[in-house]
Design a protein around this ligand. Sequence first.
Ligand code: KIV
Length: 277
Amino acid sequence: MAQKFTVKSFQEAKENNRKISMLTAYDYSMAKMVDTAGIDSVLIGDSLGMVFQGHESTLPVTVDEIIYHTKAVARGVKNALIVADMPFLSYHVSKEEAVRNAGRMIKEGGAEAVKIEGGALFTETIKAIVDAQIPVMGHIGLTPQSVNAFGGFKVQGRDEQSAKRLLEDAKLLEKAGVFAITLECIPDKLAQLITKSVSIPTIGIGAGKDCDGQVLVINDMLGMFSDFVPKFVKQYAKLNVEITAAVRSYASDVKEGRFPSDEHTFDMDSEVLKKLY
Ligand code: KIV
């Protein structure tokens, strides 16, 4: 029987050179499939703002929406570590508000850890959340909540100054007590250096193969989200094609009277029926 994956398992995995697998999920059915398939950790990412809600960025996502999705995911997960994303403005205003919002993810949503975007700017906030006994995953590189400050979704850490800042951020996050760090859209050699420079695991998305683990947005890797396909995404299925074809067949079966057939229909005793006329 598969064992429960915890924040301790993250650390053990790094120490034993065993790669960590992580995927997003936003609903019960998907979370159950992801967990059954043996994924180590499920992230209720604020990416749901784009792939589930159809926004152009993750900025509109609220704490209540993350909690709503986390509750659904938590009901479907037995073994994977459940990590809920802290959405934009849920940890920026004050440490107190950040702790309260992180606590709601755990208490109301059923998350086992939270994820926060940002480096040096947020270390005091992260320490306060960790002090409240809530495990925190860091997230640096292309942090989508900073899309306006970055001027678009762009690879980070390509020049000396920003690469040095990211390396420093990773070390500061480790000091602040995060149990792992997501590295998003940075050059693979920088991700390799960061991974060697910290004792906690790094989880890459568009950060090359040398991270301690990998995370992808489930709608991307299943080929369900077709608005755009980032370079770092490997599509393991083309569900947008399959789902559209299945729905087209259903629509045509209904129009042509092929569905429902006897197989999908309930019958009734003919004597009972007679009495109705
Ligand atoms: O919101 C999200 O899904 C994420 C992953 C892309 C790491 O932050």
